[in-house]
Design a protein around this ligand. Structure first.
Ligand SMILES: *[C@@H]1O[C@H](CO)[C@@H](O)[C@H](O)[C@H]1NC(C)=O
Ligand SMILES: *[C@@H]1O[C@H](CO)[C@@H](O)[C@H](O)[C@H]1NC(C)=O
Ligand SMILES: *[C@@H]1O[C@H](CO)[C@@H](O)[C@H](O)[C@H]1NC(C)=O
Ligand SMILES: *[C@@H]1O[C@H](CO)[C@@H](O)[C@H](O)[C@H]1NC(C)=O
Length: 858
């Protein structure tokens, strides 16, 4: 049964979306490197940044310096050439601002915001070597040198972040949210600090006491840190605040200096996620430099690397809705250009339910769309819609949605609600809280309940659409016990378009709302429901969820990932329950539990980006996904000390800016988001009959405990699945050796352990994907020796995952305590006790006096 005709679609569009459209453009960057010059970089200023013309000068100064430094560090192969700065609507007009084209804040490469957290970072949920989403800076970071100083020289920080964003490389320093331990064990059993190059020297000290580090379980104590010494010229992806770091790490063949020779043994995030390759090795495979593209240019003369800046101001919206694709795209382009054919930018929303049968065909129009910077979102309507449709969003940076016309699918409503949020700051957009199709038998009543949290509640709107001739009746019960029904003035029935709309004035009450729907007709009714609401406090971000597939079209065994970002502004929401429901062409759906644990498809733990692979293909067609997010109890928190991404480290030698803010419970909340559609292309590969996916590579293997006495080493990792992270794997192989390079070059030349080696963990019974696996092995020898390990997972068809990251553990004898520290600790305790004693004495005396003084005078 089909839910809508095209007319009804237009109506839903008007209600849900079109009234609040603004320009939205490509989600993927337009940046290209041509003749060593980066073109079309967009730096956008968020609406909440107070007007300050000096900021525009500062941006130009910082990016001019960064361009010169980028030229040097890329060995004359790249620098910034054309940069557009997008000024927000809230700023006043200025004749120096040029005509605005396609640029938007949401699609910009570098975003300048006004938030409490000033640390520069990059949003990059994608795997090693892939471009990230954007770089985030704050106006205070750029304008206040005392804030900036703790991150290092501007040009170094910007190029460090550019490394993450453009080349897809990761940090080489330990700690923070890198998941990298501070120390590892080198070949001879010695403890080494995690760093790019072992040529960088320094000392290990307790960061609190300054004393030598104590060893606990053959590993330095928690407070032990490595302090670099000397003026080495090592790697910028290491501690970017050290001004002497002016190279990217490279292998022995090409490294610029001894101190930038890549250390393959370091358990850094870069090595863990990039198969132990150095930054330059990844860069040489990047599209900008692969196969010798952009060879070294003429040098880095300041006149050469000086970028050209354009400043434009954000303007209003130019959107056209295109119903059915054949021949109409050209008309749509004319509409967004609004009579000026030289105009760039704008967006089309194409809704199509059929094959294209008249020219110009999609492929003929795409070059024009790209040249004019017009983005296209498509909603494919029914399975007959042409598979060429996805070419439009793929080549213009738009989004693809799919509505199967199944009576139980609410994907069309969700698609419009999602498109409506594009190009709109989360400060002002309507956030979808609940989306579902409620099935009600004849003459029956059904319903649902959902939670409103404190971050949301302004302009809360309930939208219901139904199919039968007789209108359904809806009753909403508010948390305080009052009811809203068809007699209420907020209740609006449109029987022509079979829509009911209930709009709560003011700010909706926090708590659980209950909705009941009765079906007055004798036939089964299918009611599509969307509830949406805006931020409860002007200028404060609500909790939002955005979700996206990693591709619009895929052919297995290519890997398809799904991402869902759960955050309040730039603060991640941690420990949320995130479930994706994927509608398959076969008609049934599959649920995925998405995780933010840094394992499997997830790149960074606790950054608010929840990730999952999808492998359960069942036909060569479109797949649509809805993501639902709820709290899991008191554990679900907003984390103000973290960001949705990862980035520069502050210099620990500078005075800290005070207490880290505490995590704050979200309370009960829920959100829904449509992640759009993906097309599986290939009748055999997509059939689901063949096991094309091995278990996912394990990327978070770590040593959690070493016991010298028992010769015990405990390993932990996140369980992968049978197909990447779906279903249970069948077995693990844990490989062991004493030589790192043998293991990294060919782990199959090392020892395959058997169950007999383990006192904890069973190789033949992997847990469900996402669970933590723990194995404790008893190794053969003690002494000046290091054991290295990796894990391989196997599925029921005997397919093996690539080997995991490699970890090391020392079996050398380390004295477990340090005499000096014991003395220090004991003296500290004695001093504290004496202090308490004295304070108590003083207080008692004072109290006594106060008491005497306050006795009422009779
Ligand atoms: C260094 O990397 C290049 C590829 O980027 C490779 O061709 C070369 O063999 C590597 N050298 C070493 C010593 O690994
Ligand atoms: C209960 O909530 C409704 C809507 O949220 C509001 O109109 C009404 O005044 C509230 N009643 C009481 C008693 O607070
Ligand atoms: C590794 O050991 C397991 C049994 O412990 C065995 O089934 C498997 O074939 C071995 N793999 C290799 C490559 O030797
Ligand atoms: C996967 O393994 C877990 C724990 O070993 C078990 O509880 C679960 O039922 C298994 N799942 C399937 C689909 O077999």
């Amino acid at each position: 049964m089909s839910r809508f005709g095209l007319t009804s679609t237009v109506c839903m569009c008007v209600i849900l979306a079109c009234t609040i459209f603004t320009v939205s453009s490509v989600s993927h960057t337009k940046v290209t490197l041509i003749n060593n010059e980066y073109h079309d970089i967009v730096i956008a200023i968020e609406d909440n940044v107070p007007e300050d013309k000096a900021l525009l000068d500062k941006i130009q100064e910082v990016f001019t310096d960064a361009s010169a430094f980028l030229c040097e560090i890329t060995r004359y192969r790249a620098y910034f050439k054309s940069i557009t700065i997008l000024v927000p609507k809230s700023w006043t007009d200025d004749p120096q601002y040029e005509t605005h084209n396609y640029e938007t804040y949401e699609t910009s490469d570098i975003r300048i915001d006004d938030t409490d957290h000033d640390g520069p970072y990059v949003m990059k949920p994608t795997p090693c070597g892939e471009v990230g989403d954007y770089m985030h800076l704050t106006a205070d970071y750029l304008m206040d040198s005392t804030i900036a100083d703790s991150y290092g020289i501007y040009s170094h920080v910007i190029v460090h972040e550019w490394g993450h964003l453009r080349y897809g490389v990761y940090d080489e320093y330990p700690g923070g949210n890198t998941g990298a331990p501070y120390f590892y064990s080198s070949g001879s059993g010695d403890i080494e600090a995690t760093r790019c190059s072992t040529a960088v020297t320094g000392v290990m000290k307790n960061k609190v006491t300054g004393a030598d580090c104590v060893y606990i379980n053959n590993y330095p104590e928690d407070d032990c840190r490595f302090y670099d010494s000397g003026s080495f010229t090592g790697s910028l992806m290491y501690r970017q605040y050290l001004s002497q770091l002016i190279h990217f790490c490279d292998n022995e063949t090409f490294a610029d200096t001894l101190e930038s020779i890549h250390n393959v043994e370091s358990p850094s995030k870069q090595n863990r996620l990039c198969e132990e390759k150095s930054v330059w090795e990844i860069m040489r495979e990047h599209v900008d430099f692969a196969d010798g593209a952009n060879p070294p240019g003429a040098g880095c003369d300041a006149t050469l690397t000086l970028p050209e800046f354009r400043i434009v101001k954000q303007q209003g919206s130019r959107i056209a809705l295109v119903l059915d694709v054949s021949g109409r795209l050209v008309k749509g382009i004319e509409v967004v250009q609004d009579g000026d054919s030289s105009r760039l930018g704008g967006c089309l929303v194409v809704v199509s339910d059929g094959e294209e049968n008249t020219s110009p065909y999609i492929y003929e129009v795409i070059p024009t769309l790209i040249a004019k910077g017009i983005c296209v979102d498509v909603i494919a309507f029914s399975e007959q819609a042409s598979l060429n449709l996805e070419l439009l969003p793929t080549s213009t940076g738009g989004r693809a949605f799919f509505y199967s016309e199944s009576a139980t699918s609410n994907a069309l409503n969700e698609a419009f609600a999602t498109i409506a949020t594009r190009g709109k700051s989360a400060l002002e957009q309507a956030v979808p809280l609940y989306s579902n199709t409620i099935v009600i038998n004849g003459y029956d009543t059904s319903g649902f309940s959902f939670d409103i949290d404190a971050s949301i509640g302004m302009d809360t709107e309930f939208l219901f659409n139904y199919l039968q001739y007789t209108a359904i009746e809806v009753t909403v019960h508010t948390p305080n016990g009052s009811t809203i029904d068809k007699d209420s003035s907020f209740y609006n029935l449109d029987s022509t378009f079979k829509l009911i709309r209930i709009k709560i004035p003011g700010i909706a009450e926090v708590g659980t709302w209950t909705v009941s729907i009765s079906n007055p007709s004798s036939s089964t009714e299918y009611v599509g429901v969307i509830v949406q609401s805006k931020s409860s406090t002007p200028g404060e971000y609500p909790i939002t969820v955005t979700s996206e597939w990693s591709a619009n079209t895929i052919t297995p065994p290519e890997k398809l990932r799904l991402y869902a970002t759960v955050s309040k502004g730039i603060m991640p929401v941690l420990n949320a329950h995130v479930v994706a429901t994927v509608e398959r062409p076969s008609g049934d759906s599959v649920q995925l539990i998405m995780t933010d644990n840094g394992g499997g498809a997830d790149i960074t733990k606790d950054d608010g980006v929840y990730s999952s692979y999808f492998t359960a293909f069942a036909g060569s067609d479109r797949y649509s996904v809805k993501v639902e997010v709820t709290n899991t109890g008191g554990d679900t928190v907003i984390s103000p000390s973290r960001v949705v991404g990862f980035g520069s480290l502050t210099n620990p030698d500078l005075p800290s800016t005070g207490q880290q803010p505490e995590d704050e419970s979200t309370g009960k909340f829920q959100r829904a988001a449509n992640g759009g559609s993906v097309t599986c292309d290939g009748s055999t590969a997509c059939s689901g009959y063949y096991d094309l996916y091995p278990p996912a590579k394990i990327v978070d293997l770590q040593v959690t405990k070493v016991s010298y006495e028992d010769r015990g080493i405990t390993l932990q990792f996140t369980a992968p699945g049978d197909d990447l992270d779906f279903g249970n794997a069948t077995a693990y192989e844990i490989w062991m050796h004493t030589d790192f390079s043998t293991m990294s070059s060919n782990h199959e030349d090392t020892t395959n352990t058997t169950q007999d080696h383990f006192v904890e963990g069973v190789l033949s019974s992997p847990q469900s994907p996402g669970e933590t696996e723990t194995f404790t092995i008893v190794v053969p020898n003690q002494g000046e020796i290091t054991y290295v390990f990796c894990v391989v997972a196997i599925d029921d068809g005997g397919n093996k995952s690539p080997r995991s990251n490699i970890v090391s553990a020392s079996m050398k004898y380390f004295p477990q305590t340090n005499y000096l520290v014991v003395v220090l600790i004991i003296s500290a305790i004695v001093i504290v006790l004496i202090a308490i004693f004295i304070t108590t004495l003083i207080c008692m005396k004072k109290k006594y006096r106060v008491k005497q003084g306050t006795v009422p005078v009779a």
